[in-house]
Design a protein around this ligand. Structure first.
Ligand SMILES: Cc1ncc(COP(=O)(O)O)c(C=O)c1O
Length: 374
């Protein structure tokens, strides 16, 4: 099981430049059964809890960030224009409709702040990703929770429409959703966005966009730049491994981007921007991460098929599956073997979210699952 990620494996899946990043193994990369000398333990577990990229950042991003220190003493954001231009070209969106932030949660939180300052209610699916709704709770905003559908656990757009009242100032949608990685059907979502953005802000969080394979999915980024009151967010934290470096994007009309920019309190890190530009250009690395994620998912799907485990398939780097056991007990049983899984996600307290790590680590997860739950 150990040390089975060879240099050849890497070269098969990625550029030699990206393969060379093995030389720079970080402590996060050390939390893998593929790393010599590492043994999973409760004190130093494999991270399957935060939907991170277990391969870390690509080598080209490291080089670009090192070079960026030459301009890091300057204000006014060297590299931002180039990064926005690159994203604009790949997405077919004008650069003026793209804002770069210190991660995407900056935009989620600032929209929560704007909602509170305007005096309105937030509408969100239950459950969904926490940053916008948790910030709203902290600043005292009313939240209208709409349960996910009973049958397929996807976000219930019809129920949202039916529950809309004039005090709702923003509808937050996560596509794919998190912790349940369902998607909303592209046509239904488009109609919903067009109709509801006439009444309030509609924010679509596409943090896992690059992982989606379902043909019923479509990004709403293009729609956001054509439609008043719409915002789409993306992030470099997931597929690019920038969770600790912090780069995110908002796509919207210029007036809305200006409104957000005037209220954010942080600013963008120059080295991070240069690193992101290199990473977004590194298609081989992106393909490599997607390929490895699919391999990791296959290990889980085989395990679930073998034991008839109810689960929601990933459009992302995580899966939601039913254990039928209270969450703290499940967490403790995995941790005993050095695996850290996700948090409890009410009301699904006998379900579990597991983030993919390297395929070899998922094999270890499968072994532990069989030992503890079968
Ligand atoms: C749906 C979703 N949106 C946003 C984020 C946060 O992204 P960022 O790191 O860009 O702030 C996450 C992180 O897990 C997420 O799952």
């Amino acid at each position: 099981m150990k040390n089975i990620l060879t240099r050849r494996d890497w070269l098969k899946g990625t550029s030699s430049l990206a393969a060379a990043s093995l030389v720079y193994a970080t402590s996060a990369q050390a939390q893998s059964v593929t790393v010599k000398g590492y043994t999973p333990s409760p004190e130093d577990p494999i991270r399957m809890s935060s939907n991170e990229n277990p391969y870390g950042i690509t080598r080209s991003a490291r080089i670009a960030m090192n070079k960026a220190y030459d301009v890091s003493h300057l204000y006014s954001g060297s590299g931002r224009r180039e990064l926005a231009a690159h994203i604009a070209a790949t997405e077919g969106i004008p650069a003026k409709n793209i804002s770069i932030g210190s991660g995407s949660k900056e935009f989620l939180k600032v929209m929560a702040l704007i909602t509170e300052l305007d005096g309105g209610t937030v509408m969100a699916a239950n459950p969904t990703y926490h940053d916008l709704v948790r910030y709203s709770g902290w600043v005292g905003t009313n939240i209208k929770w709409i349960d996910v559908k009973k049958d397929d656990m996807s976000i219930d757009l019809d129920a949202m429409k039916a529950a809309y009242t004039d005090d709702v100032k923003i509808i937050y949608l996560c596509n794919p959703n998190n912790p349940i990685p369902t998607i909303m059907h592209k046509e239904k979502l488009r109609e919903f966005c067009i109709e509801m953005s006439k009444k309030c802000y509609v924010m679509v969080d596409e943090a896992y966009h690059e992982y989606v394979t379902d043909p019923d999915y479509e990004s709403m980024a293009q729609l956001a730049v054509e439609t008043e009151n719409m915002i789409v967010t993306r992030t470099a934290s997931k597929i690019h491994g920038f969770a600790g470096i912090r780069v995110g994007f908002a796509f919207a009309k210029e007036n809305l981007l200006k409104l957000m920019r005037e209220r954010v309190t942080g600013s963008v890190n120059t080295a991070a921007v240069h690193g992101a530009l290199a990473s977004y250009k590194d298609q081989k690395y992106i393909d490599f991460v997607v390929g490895k994620n699919n391999e990791a998912l296959d290990v889980l799907y085989k395990l679930f098929a073998k034991h008839n485990v109810k689960h929601i398939k990933a459009n992302s780097n995580f899966v939601f599956f039913k254990t039928g056991i209270d969450f703290p007990e499940v967490k403790a049983r995995f941790l005993k073997h050095g695996i850290n899984i996700g948090r409890p996600f009410p009301p699904f307290l006998d379900w579990c979210r597991v983030s993919t790590s390297k395929p070899e680590d998922m094999e270890y997860f499968a072994e532990v699952y069989e030992k503890e739950f079968i």
